[in-house]
Design a protein around this ligand. Structure first.
Ligand code: SIN
Ligand code: CO
Length: 383
């Protein structure tokens, strides 16, 4: 039977957000299904592709760690040892639309907060070593067993092993240990030390990662976008008081200068800049305007069998956000025709669409736009 990937939180979403999200790990046993696609050969095939980000990590507790970046060739895989290696493929959801459908299970968070799905394949003993990530992650065991050890919260001062490119912890006191089998899920907040070692061959783990923009990048983008096409306006100070500080800059002037500068960041301009930034595909996967993810075949037969009511699917590499001004598609703003105002919200809030809902949300002009997007590869018809 064909099933789509699915994750269900084992507690009410509001409780998860209050007690666990960004705060503490959560083990959710038997909470994910439909993880048979991709098989290990398909995953290895992705690691041969030029536009796909992949890594091969070898090593274990008492043998040295090495990291190699893809793309790999078939000989690289033929010469691997029997134990202690992991192949990691980043943004598999961008390449395999079937995998991206898991993300609909994460609707307890806003869509802009999702980043991508990495999938790892390991043989016995394989791991990426003890480390911490800066981002939240849901680790979903798809096949085989992996033993996860969890340690304390870490930060930039936590001592690391001397390695050029792998940021491995010098020491990881184990505070919790869990053996995960197929369908088990472990949520880990940013900073928490973790180390997952494959207990058997064919150990496949999906990592749902989240987008947390760097604050400096947000500020840079806001100022860039708000200053674009801005008419030159100068500082003004009618009715000013006599200077209290004859030699420098008074606090009142600091305040007036700052306020006048920040007044350029109007709510409309900042919303526009943020919608653009947050609807852009993941950095590292952007290959100019022809995003690599659009080249991958969609397994429409599988999706059709698993979701018989769906007539349209969003391509895994299509990132969408919507607001009152229209739809934001991979960083581009598209105003919606008058007869299809609700189409943006419908398209951006899920990945599978059915004919009655499409007819309800899109008029003739909206359907035409949708057909253009199907031709360009942003959506795929299942009919
Ligand atoms: C893995 O899948 O082996 C590693 C994922 C992680 O630790 O973040
Ligand atoms: Co990690």
């Amino acid at each position: 039977m064909s099933t789509l990937p699915r994750f269900t939180l084992p507690l009410p979403a509001a409780d998860f957000l209050r007690d666990y999200w960004q705060r503490k790990p959560l083990l959710a046993r038997a909470s994910a299904t439909g993880l048979a696609i991709p098989d290990p050969d398909t995953l290895a095939g992705l690691a041969l592709e030029e536009g796909v980000e992949s890594r091969l990590i070898m090593g274990a507790q008492d043998s040295p760690w090495t990291l190699r970046h893809g793309p790999f060739d078939e000989d690289d895989f033929r010469t691997l040892p029997e134990q202690n290696w992991t192949l990691l493929v980043q943004s598999v959801d961008y390449c395999l639309t079937e995998v991206s459908l898991l993300l609909d299970s994460f609707d307890f968070l806003p869509p802009w907060r999702l980043e991508d799905i990495m999938i790892s394949y390991a043989v016995r003993g394989g791991s990426v070593g003890p480390h911490f990530d800066q981002y939240d992650v849901f680790l979903i065991q798809a096949s085989g067993q992996r033993r996860w050890q969890l340690g304390p919260a870490c930060d930039a001062d936590t001592p690391l092993q001397p390695h050029d490119s792998l940021r491995l912890l010098a020491d990881m006191p184990v505070q919790e240990e869990h053996l995960l089998g197929p369908g088990d899920v472990l949520y880990i907040p940013p900073g928490v030390a973790h180390w997952g070692i494959a207990e058997d061959d064919d150990c496949v783990t999906w990592s749902v990662g989240f987008r947390a923009p760097r604050r400096a990048d947000l500020l840079a983008r806001l100022t860039d976008e708000c200053l674009a096409d801005m008419p030159e306006t100068l500082f003004t100070d009618p009715g000013r008081d006599l200077p209290q500080d004859a030699a420098g800059l008074s606090d009142a002037d600091v305040q007036a200068l700052t306020e006048q500068a920040l007044s350029l960041l109007t709510p409309e301009r900042t919303r526009r800049a943020l919608m653009q930034l947050l609807s852009e595909p993941r950095q590292g996967n952007q290959n100019g305007p022809d995003f690599a993810g659009l080249d991958f075949e969609v397994d429409t037969g599988h999706i059709r069998a698993a979701a018989p009511h769906a007539t349209l699917v969003r391509r895994g590499s299509t990132r969408l956000l919507a607001d009152a001004s229209g739809l934001w598609l991979n960083g581009e703003h598209v105003p919606l025709p008058d007869d299809s105002r609700g189409l943006g919200t419908y398209l951006a809030s899920r990945r599978l669409y059915d004919a009655p809902s499409l007819a309800q949300h899109a008029g003739e002009a909206g359907m035409e736009l949708l057909n253009e997007w199907i031709e360009q590869g942003f959506f795929v018809s299942l009919e």
